[in-house]
Design a protein around this ligand. Structure first.
Ligand SMILES: Cc1cc2nc3c(=O)[nH]c(=O)nc-3n(C[C@H](O)[C@H](O)[C@H](O)COP(=O)(O)OP(=O)(O)OC[C@H]3O[C@@H](n4cnc5c(N)ncnc54)[C@H](O)[C@@H]3O)c2cc1C
Length: 394
């Protein structure tokens, strides 16, 4: 967009805040929410390049699951038992914090969730994870193949883990609710182009505004490297696609379903519509980058998945299709840190397809990081310093 000489005089002005949050997704809005809870007198602004929730937070399936996007056994293998357990605890706190909000404002549903095995290997992993989960106090029950299929009126699955704590939301309404409860000034369609250390704090620029803040938080998801290119090695853009059908005549799915190692996911809304997404593991070369577009190949795979496993979906007309850009971190767990050369500016990124499971608690952690004297609990779990001794995989 260009700006005429006449418009410029009226446009560029400088405003000052205690904290500027860049990014109006789940993480940014939760940060502003917790800052307000911490101290209602703080002057906080949320800036977004589009509308609130215009990124992944307003485009996802709304699953609020515990743990990482991997099954618990794989998480133990990848991170070690203690870290896997701490990550699980963090997501449990995230769920508790959401449950304490006014759930009517964002369609809070606590029906548990099913992690369903698509093949024998996944089934083995789910079963072998169970004793570790029990030892860690994680509530889960293994359901054999026939019970799983009966519960879902499905076919072609193996067994599943029913997790009583699984929940779901309308993610866009949750984002808006957090923003409205934060009392922050919200600047939508303000893309931040520049962030720098300055005047004893942080200075930020959009096309129309100069901002000054004591501190800033960059919660821009996959888009972080567009503001701070040196952080590119910590997050890469990965596309996810979804579809929604015409309402089914009955309620078939009582709880969200996460299957094939999370590469497919399905839920049914109150009005009967089926939401389904995934399939990108079969199209890894195309499902990268920032382009907001659906592709016939991925959409056909999602439909095939639905029709194969949930035969009652076969005649449901697809009503909408969409995509969203997720930020993947090198080790698939969120990353927080300080922007290089700007000590008063924090960043949080890399939620790797699982940001609803982390975001509200992460906003609290970021707010605590700005105002607590001591390092907040779990800060080390996500801090970027874990990559300092090794170079992250691409
Ligand atoms: C299709 C799909 C399904 C998913 N399903 C689930 C699910 O069911 N459960 C789950 O836990 N996770 C799911 N995810 C992942 C989840 O949506 C993300 O992990 C989470 O939303 C990330 O939140 P965020 O706040 O970090 O980023 P975002 O929501 O992407 O927010 C970043 C914001 O920053 C803004 N921004 C970017 N650059 C700038 C700039 N320069 N200036 C100002 N603003 C800027 C963007 O406009 C955007 O609004 C899914 C993702 C997709 C795409």
């Amino acid at each position: 967009m260009t700006v005429s000489i006449w418009q410029q005089a009226h446009r560029r002005r400088t405003v000052a805040y205690d904290v500027v949050v860049v990014g109006g997704g789940i993480v940014g809005c939760a940060t502003a929410f917790w800052l307000h809870r911490h101290d209602p007198s703080l002057g906080v602004a949320i800036l977004d390049a589009g509308a609130l929730g215009s990124g992944a937070s307003g485009r996802n399936a709304g699953f609020v699951l515990l743990g990482t996007h991997k099954d618990y056994l794989t998480a133990i293998h990848d991170y070690g038992e203690r870290t896997a357990h701490r990550l699980w605890q963090f997501t449990r706190e995230n769920r508790r914090l959401i449950a304490e909000l006014n759930g009517d404002a964002f369609g809070w549903r606590e029906q548990g969730s099913l992690t369903v095995a698509g093949d024998k290997d996944e089934d083995d992993r789910l079963r072998r994870a169970l004793p570790y989960m029990r030892a860690a106090g994680i509530p889960a029950v293994y359901l054999g193949p026939s019970e799983t299929m009966e519960r879902l009126r499905a076919r072609g699955f193996r067994g599943s883990l029913y997790c009583t704590s699984g929940a779901a939301v309308d993610p866009l309404r949750l984002v808006r609710h957090l923003a409205s409860q934060s009392a922050a000034d919200v600047y939508t369609y303000h893309r931040v182009t520049d962030v720098a250390s300055g005047e004893g704090g942080v200075s930020l620029k959009t096309e129309r505004l100069n901002l000054r803040a004591d501190s800033a938080v960059l919660a821009t998801g996959a888009y972080l490297p567009r503001i701070v290119p040196s952080l590119q090695r910590f997050v890469r853009p990965v596309r996810a696609q979804m579809l929604a059908t015409h309402p089914a005549p009955d309620q078939f799915l009582a709880s969200p379903v996460y299957s094939h190692d999370g590469y497919f996911y399905v839920r049914q809304l109150e009005n009967g519509a089926i939401l389904a997404g995934g399939g990108r593991h079969r199209h890894r070369e195309t499902e990268v980058g920032y382009e907001d577009a659906t592709t016939p190949a991925v959409q056909a795979d999602i439909e095939r998945y639905l029709h194969t496993h949930f035969p009652w979906t076969t005649n449901l007309r697809v009503e909408s299709r969409w995509s969203g850009t997720m930020g993947f971190s090198p080790d698939h767990r969120p990353i927080i840190g300080t922007v290089p050369g700007c000590s008063d500016c924090l960043f949080a990124t890399g939620f790797t397809g699982h940001g609803m499971g982390f975001g509200v608690r992460m906003g609290q952690l970021l707010a605590d990081s700005l105002y607590l004297e001591e390092q907040p609990n779990a800060y080390d779990l996500f801090h970027v310093s874990r990559f300092e001794s090794r170079s992250p995989a691409a």
